[in-house]
Design a protein around this ligand. Structure first.
Ligand code: MV4
Length: 494
């Protein structure tokens, strides 16, 4: 097995291969010559210079190494070539098994527009709105009148939240339509814009699927991924606090039906928006193993990479839907080398100190070590810290305990952010939606509430009167948000 990836996922896949007695081939760029996944493999080959475009995205070099090393199969991990249908096809042509779906299924379900059409054909609930692009602002006004405001304008060629605009009334629609269309033209080369009913405060909930080559397909529960920042997941958990057996079954069945309709095989994830009335709407499908797969593994007791490899060997699924029972609760924090006090910009550099959490119910998928220099060339994720416990509340407190054990010296990390989230009452009560984290972060800098303002005025008056009687009293009246106060109480530096 050649692992066409790097970092924690490369190490994760290598570990699964070793447990199954499969020999492994690692590939690395010049920036990853000292990376942890390299010595864990049986063989390792240099791909090229650090930039991904000259290394991990070079499918031709990867296939050349596959040929030279006598590789039987390639696991793409996530990111890089994992959803590249041309690469999946090139593997098939080269007689190397691609651990993932057939290129044909990837082409349908990995494309936003084709996946929406497949979802409609499979009877998947979709947000009410226009299916194809709107001809002009007049048509937009007509469609919007039909579904009712607020509406969301979306770029047909867009994705990841780019080119979206919420519109709350007819008066602002023509201008918003023109702006959305020109932004879409600039960003994606196509000004095509469609329009949907705005789902207010939606949750992002996704279903994990595993399909074999014999028409078998099971759903392995859901993951709650609403805690996101700029469309980047920050915390993921399984199960979702708002999904009961009936909603899980309905979403799972719809997801499996969509996958089977397109001849999907191997691991895949169907993403949904879920509103407060438990209506779910198809968003998109990810045709790869995802970063957050560990939370599903912990609550199902399954190893998804083992299952991927067995499916790719042609084995039928060893479990049926009724065998899948969810137990306990798992939460994942994506630990990043980024500086929350500098707009979360990447903070690469040398890791001078590393003390990793452990103990009961803690899993850490990590590929960094003391003395490792975090390269600038790739996503700065350092590790995934996962806490598992019988209940959500216990998993939260276990995660807090583990975060307190975590010491990463020499670089800045987002560890402090997780403490803020996990101690927040809204999060602990599972009052979360896709806007939750932006609101929490805005709180940290928001103008203080009226009550606090009165305190500030009183304090300023006292300082002024004191200053007229003695040397100038210089005091910085820091309006402290409740976070800073709480943080100080907890000994944190927020
Ligand atoms: C929406 C929506 C509300 N109503 N569509 C953002 C990325 C893209 N995949 C779809 N997204 C959304 N579509 C309607 N009709 C809110 C979002 C959204 C979102 C969705 C999932 C995860 C995070 C999000 C953050 C902001 C907005």
């Amino acid at each position: 097995m050649l692992i066409a990836n790097r970092g924690e996922i490369a190490l994760r896949v290598i570990r699964a291969c070793r447990e199954m007695g499969l020999a492994t081939v690692a590939v690395y760029s010049d920036a990853d010559r000292g990376a942890l996944h390299v010595p864990h493999a049986d063989e390792a080959y240099r791909l090229g210079p650090a930039p991904a475009a000259e290394s991990y995205l070079r499918g031709d070099l990867i296939l050349e190494i596959a040929r030279r090393s006598g590789t039987d199969a390639i696991h793409p991990g996530y990111g890089f070539l994992s959803e590249n249908a041309d690469f999946a096809e090139a593997c098939a042509v080269a007689g190397v098994t691609f651990i993932g779906p057939p290129a044909s299924a990837m082409r349908v379900l990995g494309s936003k527009t084709k996946a929406r059409q497949a979802a409609d054909a499979a009877g998947m609930p979709r947000v009410p709105g226009s299916v194809t692009g709107l001809a002009d602002a007049e048509e937009a006004v007509r469609v919007a009148a039909g579904i009712g405001y607020p509406v969301m304008l979306k770029a047909a060629a867009g994705g990841g939240g780019k080119g979206m605009r919420a519109v709350f009334g007819a008066a602002e629609l023509p201008a918003a339509f023109a702006a959305a269309s020109s932004e879409a033209e600039r960003s994606f080369g196509s000004g095509e814009v469609y329009l949907e009913k705005l789902i207010e405060r939606p949750r992002h909930i996704e279903i994990q699927l595993m399909a074999d080559e014999h028409g078998g397909c099971v759903y392995l529960g859901e993951r709650e991924c609403s805690v996101q920042r700029r469309h980047q997941k920050v915390i993921e958990e399984a199960p979702s606090a708002v999904v009961g057996e009936e909603l899980r079954r309905r979403m799972g069945a719809a997801a499996a039906r969509l996958a089977l309709s397109a001849g999907y095989v191997n691991a895949g994830t169907v993403e949904f928006l879920v509103d407060a009335a438990e209506n779910f709407y198809f968003l998109e499908m990810n045709t790869r193993l995802q970063v957050e797969h560990p939370v599903t593994e912990l609550v199902t007791g399954l190893d998804l990479v083992h299952m991927q490899l067995r499916v790719a060997m042609g084995e039928p699924l060893a479990i049926a839907q009724e065998d899948i029972v969810l137990r306990g609760h798992a939460i994942e924090c994506r630990i990043y080398a980024e500086d929350p006090e500098n707009n979360f910009f990447p903070s690469p550099g040398l890791i001078t100190r590393l003390v990793q959490p452990g103990g009961p119910g803690i899993r850490e998928d990590c590929a960094v070590y003391e003395g490792w220099r975090v390269p600038l060339d790739y996503d700065p994720m350092l590790s995934k810290l996962v806490a598992f416990a019988p209940t959500r509340e216990m998993a939260i407190d276990r995660m807090l305990r583990a975060l307190d054990e975590y010491v990463i010296g020499g670089i800045k990390t987002n560890i402090g952010l997780f403490r803020r989230i996990l101690m927040d009452e809204d999060f602990r009560s599972a009052r979360i939606d896709t806007g939750y984290l932006e609101r929490l972060l805005a709180e940290g800098t928001a103008l203080p509430q009226k009550a606090v303002l009165e305190d500030v005025v009183a304090l300023a008056a006292a300082l002024f009167s004191a200053s007229t009687k003695s040397e100038a009293v210089v005091a910085e009246v820091a309006v402290e948000s409740r976070w800073a106060v709480a943080g100080r109480r907890e000994g944190l530096r927020l």
